[in-house]
Each structure stands twice: as structure tokens, then as C-alpha cells.
Design a protein around this ligand. Structure first.
Ligand code: THU
Length: 129
């Protein structure tokens, strides 16, 4: 099954009663295993979390140290871009060359963009010295 289809399966479990914007994500860890996530909103709005961060934290919790593929699908007519917070989290665990697959709701449009093009000047641990 294609990674975007795994993301679409996870999207079905999105808890998004406030925005009604359902998102699913799937990542491949360095081991080759796939981890998925959906957005999980909260009545206290800032407590919600994006699908990408759920998928990545699942991977890291299972012992992965990095991710080598990432797919996102959202209930929008055009492919949905990861938010700034998610880009920062992705950059913690992926190479700048990571290719991110972004799909529209019916998967008719799939865009592939590199992390380094979405977040060209990332903050990272080199600044903490
Ligand atoms: N959302 C994601 O899950 N991923 C994104 O890349 C963009 C936004 C979620 C957060 C919130 O639950 C809803 O979409 C609307 O912003």
C-alpha cells in the first residue's frame, strides 16, 4: 500500500469537530516501519495536535531515530502544507532532503516538496552551542 493510502486510513480517525478539517499522515522510520497519525483537536483549542506530529511521535516512541518518508492528506481540494510547528518537528528527525508527499482529499492532486524548500533556514541544535 502506498504511504499516502496509509495516511488516508489514519485520516478517517481524525478528531476534528471544531475545524472539520481532517488530516492524516504517515511516516516511514529508519527501520522501514510505517507509523500513522491524525489530527486530534480539543475543546481547549491550543491543546490540539496536528497529524504529522502524532505520526512522528509514534515513530520516535517505538524507537525510531529518524524518518525517511512522510505523506500528508487533508480534506482540502489542494494539497495541504505542513504548518510551521510541524515543519520544525519534522526537521528534528529528517534530512533537509526529505521529500514530503502532500495529497488533496481525493488524492487527485499529489505534490512532492523537499523539507529544505519548505523550511530553508531551520533553527536546529547547532544554535544551542
Ligand atoms: N492540521 C494538521 O493536522 N496538519 C497540518 O499540516 C495543518 C493543520 C490540523 C490542525 C487542526 O486540527 C486542523 O488541521 C485545522 O488547522
Amino acid at each position: 500500500m502506498k504511504l499516502i493510502e496509509k495516511a488516508a486510513e489514519a485520516q478517517k480517525n481524525a478528531h476534528a469537530p471544531y475545524s472539520k478539517f481532517n488530516v492524516g499522515s504517515a511516516v516511514v522510520g529508519e527501520s522501514g516501519k510505517i507509523y500513522v497519525g491524525c489530527n486530534v483537536e480539543n475543546s481547549s483549542y491550543p491543546a490540539g495536535i496536528c497529524a504529522e506530529r502524532v505520526a512522528i511521535t509514534q515513530a520516535i516512541t517505538q524507537g525510531e531515530k529518524s524518518i525517511k518518508e512522510l505523506a500528508i492528506i487533508a480534506s482540502s481540494d489542494k494539497p495541504c502544507m505542513p504548518c510551521g510547528i510541524c515543519l520544525q518537528v519534522i526537521s528534528e528527525f529528517a534530512s533537509p532532503d526529505l521529500e514530503i508527499s502532500l495529497a488533496s482529499k481525493d488524492q487527485s492532486k499529489v505534490q512532492k516538496l523537499k523539507l529544505k524548500d519548505l523550511l530553508p533556514h531551520a533553527f536546529n541544535k547547532s544554535f544551542l552551542k
